[in-house]
Design a binder for this molecule. Structure first.
Ligand code: BEZ
Length: 219
């Protein structure tokens, strides 16, 4: 089986692992996570331009993630020495402190566990993967970007917000949804559910399968 085939998928448990990070000599993923959501993202290499912009943007939005109960965790197959030198350089040249841990994964064990090595893109570097992991350590979403295209951190935050909203209000979020907008009532599975959903005066009912409502607890 290739590394890409072994990637953990949506609905599966996020693999636990131990590692060295920029903030801890003996980091254990599950103990560190506690009861929080996690955005676990990989970058191809330290001291590269696109990855630097991503690291800095995740740092800039760190408080926004924290307010939603989300911890950030970065990883690449660079050494802890490279990570520390890079972070020091970012602080010196850009004035930004990276407040979340970066996993050093020189032997690629964690990257392989998470299917972050895509040999067609590079056999020696992680692609730009994002794993959104819920407090029960279940993978709720995956995003993969290639080496030469930076991610949109707003979109990662929007995705976490959408997942939390779907959980809290038993709903789904429509295309381009933003926090505060109406959400979609999940598709009906029985005749009774079809009739039930047509009975709500406070909903925007286009048809039985396309109904929007304000995000609030189900009545
Ligand atoms: C970058 O992060 O800038 C980068 C890394 C690997 C290949 C191309 C760009």
């Amino acid at each position: 089986m290739s590394e890409a085939e072994s990637l953990p998928r949506i609905g599966e448990n996020a693999p636990d692992f131990s590692a060295v990070t920029t903030l801890s000599k003996d980091f254990g993923f599950s103990a560190w996570q506690e009861q929080d959501w996690v955005v676990f993202f990989s970058h191809p290499a330290d001291f590269t331009p696109v990855s630097t912009t991503e690291l800095v943007e995740f740092a800039r939005r760190h408080e926004d993630f924290k307010k939603k109960g989300v911890k950030l965790l970065g990883i690449s197959v660079d050494s802890i020495h490279a990570h520390l030198a890079w972070l020091a350089n970012i602080k010196e040249k850009l004035g930004v402190t990276i407040p979340y841990p970066l996993v050093a994964d020189v032997d690629m064990q964690v990257a392989r566990l998470y299917g972050m090595i895509h040999p067609g893109a590079s056999p020696t570097a992680t692609v730009r993967a994002v794993f959104v992991i819920n407090p029960k350590r279940v993978i709720r979403a995956l995003i993969y970007y290639p080496l030469n295209a930076g991610r949109n951190v707003d979109e990662v935050l929007r995705l976490v917000t959408a997942l939390q909203t779907a959980d809290n209000f038993s709903c789904a979020t429509p295309v381009n949804w933003q926090e505060g907008e109406k959400v979609a009532v999940s598709p009906p599975r029985t005749v009774e559910e079809v009739e039930e959903r047509l009975s709500h005066a406070d909903r925007e009912i286009k048809d039985f399968y396309l109904t929007l409502k304000d995000p609030k607890p189900s009545t």
